[in-house]
Design a binder for this molecule. Sequence first.
Ligand code: MTE
Ligand code: HPA
Ligand code: MOS
Length: 767
Amino acid sequence: MNHLDPQRHVRGESQYLDDVPTQRGTLYAAVFESPLAHGKLRHLDLSAALAAPGVVRILTADDIPGHNQIGGIVPDEPLLAQGHVHFRGQPVALLLARTEQQAHAALKLIRAEIEPLPIITDPRVAAAQGELIVPPRTFQIGDSAAAWATCAHVFEGVAESGGQEHLYIETQGAYAFPTEMGGVRIISSTQGPTAVQRHTAHVLGLGMHQVEVDVTRLGGGFGGKEDQATPWGALAALGAFITRQPVKLVLDRMADLRMTGKRHPYSSDFRIGLDESLRLVAYEVTFYQNAGAAADLSPAVLERTLFHATNAYFVPNVTATAYSCRTNLPPNTAFRGFGGPQGMFVIESAIAKAAEELGVAACEIQRRNLLRENDRFPYRQPAELCHAEQAWDTAAQRYDLAGRRAEVAQFNQTNKLLKKGFAAMPICFGISFTKTPMNQARALVHIYSDGSVGISTGAVEMGQGVNTKIAQVAARTLGISLGRVKVESTNTTRVANTSPSAASATADLNGKATELACAALRERLLRHASTEYTLHYEGLEIRDEQVLAAGVPAATDWEKLVSSAFWKRVALTENAHYATPDLHFDPNTNQGYPFAYHVYGTAFTTVTVDCLRGTYTVDALRIAHDFGQSFNPIIDRGQIEGGVVQGIGWMTMEELAYNDEGRLLSNSLNSYKIPDIYAAPAVLDVHFLDTPGHPRAILRSKAVGEPPLMYGIGTYFALRDAVRAFQPRTALPFSAPMTPEKVLMSLYPDFSEAPAYNLKQGFPTAQ
Ligand code: MTE
Ligand code: HPA
Ligand code: MOS
C-alpha cells in the first residue's frame, strides 16, 4: 500500500495554498516587522507608504476590532505590536496593496521610531534576571540528594543543543475571504485549523461559528505550523474583515526564516551517579530553555523535555528541573520531538561523560540501564509492553554490535587521518498530547448513495501520510476498496474543536474516530441487510465489497446494499468521537499516566571523520524500531528515513546564528545548511521489530512521526567518538551541532598541531 499523494505531488497536481486560483479583487498583504529586538514603539510613520502606488490600507494594532492577543497557553503575544516590540521580525503593521510587488515596495517606506531597550538572547542570562515564561517545573522520583553518597562514580557537566529551522518547503501563509453576515473564510497552511479559527475569532471579536478554516494539505509542518500558522491566518482575516475583500498573505522564504520561531535551543547542567556495576543510581539535570519573546508552546515543550529526561533508561533517583527563559528572539515553538530530543541529548551526554571518564564504552552503560517491563518513569507511569531491551538486543544481534565496534577499532588502528566513530542510540518516546484533554478527535463519514465514501476528520496531511492511513482504516472497517474512499480537506465546519495534527498522534486519534464511525455504519448496513434479505445478523460481514453470511456470499454486494439502505431511509452518515482512554496527569504533582503508550527502538551509527578537513560522512544508521503491527510499512519507513535525516541535520550542520542584537545571521540557505542526499547515511537499514503493537494504537500500528528524529542524536556521539580516536586529549564540550568547523577545532585544540601544508606535496595524505 503506497502513500496516496506522491504521484500527484511529482506531477504538480497537488493543491497547496498558493495553487488556489486568486479571486478578483484580491489584495496582497505584506507585514512590517520590528527592526529592533526590544524597545518602546514611539511612533509609526505610514504616510509615505500610504501614498505609494497600489497601497489600499495599512492596519495596526488600533484597527483590531476584538482582542489583540493570540497567545495559546499564556496570553502574552499580541497579533500586532502595541507599545513595545520584543523581537526582531515581530509583526507591527499589515500593509494591503493591489499587487504583491506593490505591497513589498511600499513596505520599505514605513518608518518606525523605537526607543531601544536591553536585549537578552541567552537563556541563562534571562533566568538570572528572573525572566521566566512560567514558573520552573521539577519532575522527581526517589531521592537524588541522598543517593549521591551511595554512588561509586559521580560525574557532572554542561550540555548545549542548538535550535533548528523547520524549513517546510511551503512557507507560512493564508488566504482569507469575507463571507456574508460579517464572517471570514480562511484557507490556511496550518497544522491546527481550530487554533487559527479560535484566535481569529478572538481577534475579530466574532463567534467561532463566523470563522471557517479550511486546509487541503501542507508542504510540511514539522511542528512549525502547530501554533505559528495562526498569526498569518489571523492577519489575512483581519485584512479581509476590514476591507471586505479577499486578502492573501504568503511569507517569502527569508521573511519566514526571520519572523518565525524554531526548535528551542537548550543549555543544561547535569550530574550523574553510577554504582560499581555501571548501574545508573542518580541523575540531576537543570534545563534552561530559550523560549524567545513569548510563551507560544514553550511550557508544553518544556514539560515534554522533563518527560523524556531519562530517555529509555531506568533511573531510580531523579530530580529534573526546567526553566522556560524569556529572551528577545522570535518565540520558539514545536519541532518534531517537542522538547523530547533536547532532554534526551543531555542524558546521552551524561552517559558519554561517564563512559569517557571511566574508560568504558558508552554502550556498556546504555545497555545495562535500559527500561524493563513495569519500570517507572519519573512521572510514575510504568513502562508497559516495554521493548527497550528487545530493540537493543535485536539490533545488536542483527547488525553485529561487537563486530561493528571491532571494525571501527581496527580501522582506527590502521588509519591516521581518517577516523571512524560509533554510537548506539536507544530511544523511548511517549505517544499522546501531554495535555490530556487534547487527546480527542472526531470523524464525520458520509456514505453516498452510489457507495462512495467521504471522510472528514481533524487530521491535517503534511506529507506524513495520515490521509492514506485514514482511507485505509475506512476501507478496512467497511470492507470496501480504497478507490471508493475520499479523505476531504480538513475543515472547521465539518469537524469542530480539533486538536492540532501533532504529537505523532494524528493517525491514532483521528483514525480511531474514523474506525468508530465506519464500524457504526457497517453495523447499521448489516442490520438492514439482515431484515431486507432475511439473513442472520450474526455472521454477516462485508469483505471485498461482497456481503457474506456465515462466510458465504449473500445476494447483495456493497453498492446494492448501500442503495437499498438509502431507499429504505437508513442513515448513511455517522459522526464519531474518540477520546484516548485511561489517561490522566496532575501537573501539580507531575505524576500520572500521560501516555497511551511508548515507542521504542535502537540505532547504531557509524561515521568517518576526515581529520585534515574536519569534514565527515555518516556511513550507516542501522535501526531496530518498534512499529507495532504496521499497516503501512512504506509510509512508516519513509517517516523513519525523513526523521533520521532531520535529526542528523539538527545534530551536525544546522547552526542557527543570532547576534547580540537578536538579529538572525543564518538568514538564508547560503548560511543555514540543511542535510542533502550526501549528508544522508550511505546505509540506512530499518528493521521492523516483531512487537504486538498496542490496543491504544490505530490497528495496533504505532505512531511513528516524531520518534525517529531522535536516532539522529547518535550521530553527534559517533562524531565525538571519532574525534577522540584522533585526539584523545581533547576536552570536548557537549555542544551540538557538531559542525565541521567544530570538529576541526576539536581535532587540533592547539592549532599548531595541525598537519602542515607543504606547497610541493600538499597535505600529508590519508593512509
Ligand atoms: N512528515 C512529513 N513528511 N512532514 C511533516 O511536516 N511532521 C512531523 C511528523 N512527520 C511531518 C512529518 C511531526 S512534527 C509530527 S508531530 C507528525 O509527523 C505529525 O503527524 P502524525 O501525528 O500523523 O504522525
Ligand atoms: N506534543 C505536540 N504538540 C503538543 C503537545 C505535545 O505533547 N502538547 C501540546 N501540543
Ligand atoms: Mo509535531 S512537533 O508534534 O507537530
